[in-house]
Write a protein that binds this ligand. Structure first.
Ligand code: EPU
Length: 427
């Protein structure tokens, strides 16, 4: 098995022009695994998970759990956490800076200890990403909140049920609040919650831990338990990895059978892919994806689930850069998620960004170039561009890709792509 925990010292070399063909299995979802692993800190009992992907963000959360005093191990398909020894409630800056999702430690630590000290994550390459909604929720729940040396200190002396409405839909904000409230006895209400499949998967787990949770529209009613139980759970398939592989198949005019896919989590993506010239068909063993004629231009707007996911925006920007005509992509979730555009430009894509909208003027050919990954999904869009381009594409800073895709280059290679991971010295 190749090393997936690269540093920025590795590169990917992609020789474009191969049609992807064959079958590939989609891994478990990163963004479901992370909150579920954090939720385990709220209990003292052993928890086990199947389908936790082996990637950098998961290794980061494992390291954080160790700092808290929890023991976790991966043995075959099973990822086990023993949180009985958790004593520390501090998430240090060196880990939070590597993985923003570390803010998900607030909910379980406050639930278990009434106290959490978490480094402030700050902005990142896709936007400012404030955590005001997380803090507003905990403040409403009765937390005293103070800031010192780049850390936020939260303390709750008496847990009580809460009624709270988010000002905007936030995925990890919803997850933090749900995990905390699952430890609070009595009836709490959360309004304007995120309904991403990853949030619903976490809710399944919180129910296994003993919480009663009812959802109606964007409102959740939660009855927590003082001593949450351990759980066993199988994580849902990664809809963004599935979507990325679907785009790869259409983009290269290939035919790929994807296994372990939940099409009901991908409705907006599949509809958009079909409109752009892709064919997506369920068969007994999975989902077959291929091209149907020429790539069509489209107008896409990202939105909260069930809308078109921001995490698929960069990949579709690559696809549409080869469509016949002019497309537009409006990014409504993150204000700075167009960094792949400049890199795609080096490969011959014609894209103009004005504020939150990218206008894409389709070209007939992309050419291999040296490009740089700036964030996780931007890296995926560059890999896709490399697969479709004429010539060789060299992608640097692929640690971004490794944060969220499990051995992507191995999967693509098995589908016929010419793609290699190399040390940067060889670039
Ligand atoms: N926001 C605020 N205040 C807050 C929280 C969020 O203003 O307190 C804003 C954000 O700045 C953003 C919007 O609300 O403009 C939505 O952000 P959200 O909180 O939903 O994002 P997140 O929870 O930080 C998760 C995923 C992201 C994914 C987004 C949107 C995880 C670990 N991360 O982030 O995944 O893009 O939801 O669906 O679940 C990725 O996997 O590449 C990734 C970035």
């Amino acid at each position: 098995m190749k090393n997936t925990t690269s540093s920025s010292s590795e590169i990917l070399l992609v020789e474009g022009g191969q049609k992807l063909k064959g079958r590939v299995r989609v891994s478990g979802a990163k963004n479901a695994s992370l909150p579920i692993i954090f939720a385990s800190v709220a209990t003292r009992e052993t928890c086990s998970l199947e389908e936790v992907p082996d990637l950098l963000d998961i290794r980061n959360v494992t390291e954080l759990l160790k700092r808290f005093g929890a023991f976790s191990e991966r043995r075959g398909a099973l990822f086990t956490i023993d949180p009985s020894g958790v004593k520390s409630f501090c998430a240090p800056a060196e880990i939070v800076s590597r993985m923003r999702a570390s803010i998900l430690s607030m909910g379980p630590l406050l639930g278990r200890f009434g106290e959490a000290v978490v480094a402030l994550p700050g902005g990142c390459s896709i936007g400012a990403r404030p955590i005001d909604q997380h803090l507003k929720f905990f403040s409403t729940a009765g937390a005293e909140i103070s800031f010192r040396n780049g850390y936020v200190h939260l303390k709750i002396s008496k847990k009580k049920p809460v009624e709270f409405g988010f000002d905007l839909v936030t995925v990890t904000g919803t997850e933090n609040a749900l995990i905390y409230l699952s430890t609070v006895e009595g009836r709490s209400v959360l309004r304007n919650i995120a309904l991403e499949p990853e949030v619903l998967d976490l809710i399944e787990v919180l129910r296994k831990m003993g919480a009663e949770i009812d959802i109606e529209g964007r409102t959740a009613q939660i009855r927590g338990v003082g001593e949450p139980a351990g759980f066993h759970h199988r994580v849902i398939p990664d809809r963004i990895e599935a979507g990325t592989l679907m785009v790869a198949s259409v983009l290269t005019d290939g035919e790929v059978l994807l296994e372990n896919v939940r099409l009901d989590h991908l409705e907006a993506v599949v509809e958009t892919l079909r409109e752009s010239g892709g064919e997506v068909r369920e068969c007994g063993e999975g989902v077959v994806v291929r091209r149907r004629g020429r790539l069509q231009p489209l107008d896409i707007t990202t939105a909260e689930y069930p809308g078109f996911p921001t995490d698929m925006q960069a990949q579709f920007t690559t696809l549409l850069s080869l469509a016949e005509g002019t497309s537009s992509v409006r990014e409504n979730i993150f204000e700075n998620r167009f960094q792949h555009v400049r890199e795609l430009g080096r490969m011959g894509a014609r894209i103009e960004v004005k504020g939150r909208v990218a206008h894409i003027f389709g070209v007939s050919l992309l050419r291999g170039a040296r490009v740089r990954s700036t964030d996780l999904r931007a890296s995926a869009s560059l890999v896709l561009a490399g697969l479709a381009a004429q010539g060789t594409t060299l992608i640097t800073d692929i640690h971004h890709l490794d944060r969220g895709y499990e051995r992507l280059e191995e999967k693509l290679e098995r589908l016929g792509a010419s793609i290699k991971r190399l040390p940067a010295e060889l670039s």
